[in-house]
Ligand binder design. Structure first.
Ligand SMILES: Nc1ncnc2c1ncn2[C@@H]1O[C@H](COP(=O)(O)OP(=O)(O)OP(=O)(O)O)[C@@H](O)[C@H]1O
Length: 833
């Protein structure tokens, strides 16, 4: 429905406004009109039509005339009856769509253009589809457009500003899209050029993977020095001397993690261990408050800031899909990561079996991973599974952040013994360890001890006790070394001021000694003549391996779709709960409502349909909002490690939800339909509409989940969104009285469209008798009843169109939300001299 308010202006003013309105964009529009006309594409006529329409909109604006007040009233009434008045918003969206589509098309981003087509409101589409139609409507009024005196001339100015705004927004989006598009292309092109005679992306990844296991990468020593990390703080938290930077790592830290050896990073809580590990491995999450400096070396070759070390990084907390078994989890990852290189199933199975053997997981191969709610692997097994997942491509270096946290001493020892075996095979292992047992501690070769961001010791683990004794900090034989050295470098905080002062002095003494010894302990022989070339080659190899999945998009989709379906079907508790919900709701509604054909049944029908829609929206949206952020935390890690791309994940996720939605709705509909005695012969449409509505509600839930940084934020957004949808469901506030800024909600109102669909389906073709209580005049037909709610002229097609646009829009935005929130990491700068 097009709604278009026209200003009522005296002829002189109207001419002036028309001049103002026409002049500025005319030349531009003429150019666009010509450009779009000669643009050689028949497939994209929609975009051309949009731009041409926009041009035509200005070129053919009809004459505006003042009418007498009685005429105005009559015409306004007629216009209201026909629903023919239009809104500023429709006009704005018309312009935006025209420009947006045109610009996106120009930039080869036709998919973005399609999106603009799918999310803008109906009115703008109608307007775009035929400006001629609009002209006809105006001509109906004796060749004149009837002006409404309530609209002032500044409307035209406002419209013009909106168009300018739309141009700016569209142009900005188009430029950003272009930069993104070109950037991505350049990136993949530059990666490809390093390979000669390449046959396909998958082969390149395989070749690179092979290179990371041989020659230069066969055994890797990771060196680091002068690591400094500062954190900007709010002024209030500064040191009082105007310095609001907190030193987390002070630049004294240096060391080398050697191949075939295990390096433990230890220190009191909050001393900067995790920060150091993340900084060395290049995994420190980007944060505006952070400044990171230092130097890193791979086999003595200095790395530039953003170079990656060919390594695995195992975070403290690793989440998995809880219903997959150990073997399935590894199968899935091996196929994604190595599918192109290990072509046969047997080769992949061998790798999975080998990994399970190495990590001591063979016995648990068929146990589900589990989580806090679903019982599955033990903490230690889960930790070993996360190591196995990272070892699939067999990187030469393994970084681990507190691999023993949350484990009992037996499990902790098992994990460290597993790492020991990997080190014995030549891997370089670096792990942050918190309070290890004596046995676990002894499995490490080297130790890097820090306190308050300062180096306390770097060297062989076995010599640290002797070293501390040399500095005058010995201890009794029965005290374990790990415990003793942590005591030596911990500040005493509490009531005893003397003990605190003493501990501060002790830390200062140990730090000074460590600084003195540091250069003796570690030196970096930079005698690589060709170090620049080596580094460049390494950067290419590692970057390509780290940024390219090992399988093509189709295979990624297949595997992800399979996992999604499997995970949903195995969540039996969730399925049973949902079935119980649907059955009980169907029985409750069906038990209460028994619709007849008297006057009271009209309101009852509207009430029931409204309840069905609100209930379905709540259930579908809340379920997705609750579950998706958890899944997102797993998926974003998998995408960041280039296991697969966001696009196939998203498509598989969206599609895998559909079958269950259909089944749940079928259960509900087949109960409520006969019980509530809804109109015969309309069941199929009822089922289709409720299913479509549930899909749309899930799509909105997906959007909220994907743009929210946490599940708490997502849950907090749920009530206001539901309330907005209920307010704008078409019955609670009239479109005319809706604040201008919120009118768009009417067009995308989930509940409004859901209700409209069910109401049209139910009421069309019904006849009512005149008996029974009623409020207002007698209503004899379903069509009259629909008119009471302003739903005359609405069709099921309108509803399907609107819901489809909502689904497409939400899916697209959710995809963007996921794709654009990819984790970025701090780049290590060279230390300032
Ligand atoms: N991005 C950041 N924003 C705010 N503070 C940070 C950030 N990164 C590190 N810090 C601070 O730096 C200090 C060191 O943190 P880090 O996690 O490295 O310590 P840790 O030695 O690993 O501690 P724990 O053993 O308790 O895990 C902490 O005080 C922490 O609050």
């Amino acid at each position: 429905m097009i709604r278009y308010p026209m200003a009522s202006l005296p002829p002189s003013e109207s001419r002036a406004v028309r001049r103002r309105h026409h002049s500025p964009p005319k030349l531009l529009l003429a150019i666009i009109a010509i450009a779009t006309t000669i643009y050689p594409s028949s497939n994209n006529s929609h975009y051309l039509a949009s731009a041409q329409n926009l041009a035509g909109k200005f070129a053919s604006r009809p004459k505006i005339v003042e009418t007498s007040s009685s005429n105005k009233k009559r015409n306004q009434k007629k216009s209201d009856q026909n629903g023919e008045y239009t809104t500023q918003w429709g006009s704005f969206m018309n312009s935006l769509e025209g420009w947006g589509s045109f610009l996106f098309y120009e930039n080869g981003m036709s998919w973005l253009g399609s999106f603009s087509w799918s999310v803008v409101p109906d009115s703008s589409h109608d307007a775009v589809r035929s400006s001629g139609k609009r002209k006809k409507r105006w001509r109906k009024e004796n060749g004149h457009v009837v002006a409404d005196s309530s609209w002032k001339r500044d409307l035209f100015a406002a419209e013009f500003y909106m168009i300018v705004l739309s141009i700016i927004i569209s142009a900005a989006i188009a430029v950003l899209s272009w930069i993104w598009y070109v950037g991505t292309n350049l990136k993949s092109q530059s990666a490809k050029t390093m390979q000669e005679g390449e046959e396909g992306a998958e082969d390149i990844v395989c070749e690179n993977l092979e290179q990371t296991h041989s020659g230069f990468f066969e055994s890797v020593a990771v060196g680091f020095e002068d690591i400094t990390m500062t954190l900007k703080q709010k002024k209030k938290k500064g040191d009082g001397n105007g310095n609001n930077e907190r030193l987390i790592l002070d630049g004294s830290i240096r060391g080398v993690a050697q191949p075939g050896r295990m390096l433990a990073i230890m220190g009191p809580s909050g001393s900067g261990k995790s920060t150091l590990l993340h900084a060395i491995s290049g995994q420190l999450k980007q944060d505006k408050k952070i400044s990171l400096y230092g130097k890193r070396y791979v086999n003595g070759v200095p790395l530039t800031g953003d170079s990656k070390i060919p390594s695995a990084f195992i975070e403290q907390e690793v989440n998995f899909f809880p219903h997959m078994t150990v073997k399935e989890t590894l199968d899935f990852r091996v196929e994604l990561k190595m599918g192109a290189c290990l072509k046969t199933k047997k080769e992949r199975d061998d790798l999975v079996n080998d990994l399970m053997n190495q990590l001591g997981l063979t016995k648990s191969a068929n146990t589900i991973v589990g989580n806090a709610k679903v019982r599955g692997l033990s903490g230690g097994e889960r930790k070993r599974l996360s190591i196995a997942c990272e070892m699939i491509s067999s990187p030469p270096v393994i970084f681990l952040d507190e691999p023993t946290s949350g484990l009992d001493s037996y499990q902790a020892t098992q994990v460290i013994e597993t790492l020991r075996k990997l080190a014995d095979k030549g891997k370089t292992v670096v792990a942050v360890i918190h309070q290890p047992s004596q046995h676990t501690f002894q499995l490490f070769d080297d130790l890097l001890l820090i306190s308050e961001g300062k180096l306390m010791y770097y060297g062989e683990r076995s010599k640290v006790r002797e070293y501390m004794e040399g500095l005058g900090y010995g201890c009794e034989a029965e005290v374990g070394t790990a415990e003793h050295i942590l005591d030596c470098v911990s500040r005493v905080v509490g009531a005893d001021a003397e003990a605190e002062r003493e501990s501060v002095n002790r830390i200062e003494t140990i730090a000074r000694a460590a600084d003195q010894h540091a250069r003796e302990w570690v030196s970096f022989d930079l005698d690589y003549k060709d170090s620049k070339n080596i580094e460049r080659k390494m950067k290419h190899i590692v970057d390509l391996t780290a940024t390219h999945p090992g399988t093509n998009l189709l295979r990624q989709f297949k595997l992800l779709f399979g996992r999604s379906i499997q995970e949903t079907l195995r969540g039996k508790a969730a399925i049973i709960i949902k079935i119980v919900q649907q059955v009980s709701l169907g029985l409750i509604y069906g038990g209460i409502y028994s619709l007849g054909d008297n006057q009271a049944s009209i309101m009852d029908r509207f009430g029931l349909l409204s309840l069905i829609v609100i209930g379905a929206t709540n259930m579908a949206m809340a379920g997705t909002i609750r579950s998706f952020p958890k899944e997102k935390s797993i998926v974003s890690v998998e995408v960041a490690s280039s296991l697969y791309r966001t696009f196939p994940y998203f498509i598989s996720k969206a599609l895998s939800e559909l079958p269950l939605i259909g089944i749940f709705n079928a259960i509900f509909s087949s109960l409520i339909y006969p019980l509530a005695r809804l109109q015969k012969g309309r069941f199929k449409a009822f089922l289709g509409l409720t299913s479509l509505h549930s899909i749309a509600s899930e799509a909105v839930g997906l959007l909220i989940g994907s743009i929210s940084p946490s599940s708490d934020v997502a849950l907090a957004l749920f009530p206001p969104i539901i309330v907005l949808n209920i307010i704008f469901d078409g019955k609670n506030i009239s479109e005319e009285n809706t604040p201008a800024l919120l009118r768009w909600v009417n067009k995308v109102g989930l509940i409004r469209w859901g209700f409209t669909g069910l109401a049209v389906n139910e009421f069309q073709g019904l006849a009512f008798n005149t008996s029974g209580p009623r409020r207002g005049p007698v209503v004899k037909t379903g069509e009259e009843a629909l008119a009471r709610f302003g739903l005359e002229g609405k069709s099921i097609d309108d509803v399907i169109g609107a819901q489809t646009k909502i689904i497409a829009g939400c899916w697209f935005l959710s995809f963007l939300g996921l794709a654009l929130t990819r984790q970025k990491y701090e780049v290590m700068q060279n230390p300032p001299n």
